[in-house]
Design a binder for this molecule. Structure first.
Ligand code: SIN
Length: 304
């Protein structure tokens, strides 16, 4: 697609609009509604070494300003992914980025080693930002040193591009981003969900099956744009922006803040065509403003 092609961390994409982990499963159900070959990349739901049951229901609730989830990384494990999910995705030209999580750095490294052998996987997204699990997940990204150690261990096990997915639930995004870059990350993606809570005033209990969950949707977009901009000042590796993107205009904000590509997440639950529509809206903006390539916009916010 003219003006939209890119190569990000060595992964060739026809456009910069990916689908975010956890909002598109492993593509098979979504393929009934969305033309997968029109997507920039598919980031899978998080995969762990062993199957996980996830958190008690309800796992998703709607709030006035966005969606709260506490899924707890439910999935059937890496073996099931490789044997039963990946062959479906391998039929498409769209690059597959496998999102992984573990309880320990060793588990992330083991997952990376197994995925390294899979030619259908074009990149690995390390999830160190899930707010809904007790071990691993977000606890790595509270500590820049732990993030660096994890990325280094994973780097040793794979030649695939490594994208580190960062959390907004920290104070210094630049510090984590720099550590990830120095440890060998090829790109970073941000933001995952903001830790939130919703209480039922009748029962006085959490509206979720867990006390807290991750907030996503348009409410978190300004936080995400700010953090992408801060990270872009700190690192040279590409940034993938994510958080509340519903329209092409939202995506453009992320490019201007410094993102080289974006991920569409919660919008997939509202409009199955969201990633395709957003791609069209970006294309139309480029044509209307006589801009040859979207890359001309990256980091070009005119801030005074
Ligand atoms: C979850 O499985 O709880 C959500 C995934 C994430 O936030 O990374």
């Amino acid at each position: 697609m003219a003006g939209l092609e890119l190569e990000l961390a060595g992964i060739k994409m026809k456009n910069p609009v990916m689908v975010a982990s956890g909002t598109f499963g492993y593509g098979e159900e979504a393929s009934k509604f969305v033309e997968l070959d029109k997507l920039g990349a598919i980031v899978t739901k998080t995969i762990t070494l062993e199957p996980r049951e996830g958190n008690p229901p309800p796992r998703i609730v709607e709030t006035a300003s966005g969606m709260l989830n506490s899924i707890g990384l439910q999935n059937k494990g890496i073996k099931d992914f490789i044997e039963n999910r990946l062959p479906f995705l391998a039929k498409y030209k769209t690059p597959v980025i496998a999102n992984i999580a573990g309880d320990s750095a060793k588990e992330y490294a083991e997952l990376a080693k197994m995925l390294n052998k899979e030619s259908a996987v074009k990149g690995i997204e390390i999830n160190i930002s899930c707010p809904n699990v007790v071990k691993g997940g977000m606890f790595f990204c509270f500590d820049p040193k732990a993030t660096a150690e994890l990325v280094r261990l994973v780097r040793k096990q794979t030649s695939l591009p490594i994208i580190v997915k960062l959390s907004p639930n920290i104070t210094d995004i630049a510090a984590i981003a720099k550590e990830a870059e120095a440890a060998g990350a090829d790109a970073i993606s941000l933001i995952n969900t903001l830790l939130g809570m919703a209480i039922d005033t009748k029962t006085r209990n959490s509206r979720l099956g867990s006390p807290t969950g991750g907030l996503s949707g348009p409410a978190i977009k300004p936080v995400a744009v700010r953090m992408v901009w801060q990270a872009a000042q700190a690192v040279k590796i590409p940034i993938i922006g994510c958080g509340g993107i519903m329209t092409g205009k939202d995506a453009l904000e992320f490019f201007l803040a410094g993102a080289s590509a974006i991920q569409v997440g919660t919008a997939n639950f509202v409009d199955t065509q969201a990633p395709i529509r957003i791609t069209e809206e970006i294309k139309n903006y480029l044509a209307e403003n006589k801009i040859g390539c979207y890359k001309e916009l990256i980091g070009k916010a005119l801030l005074t």
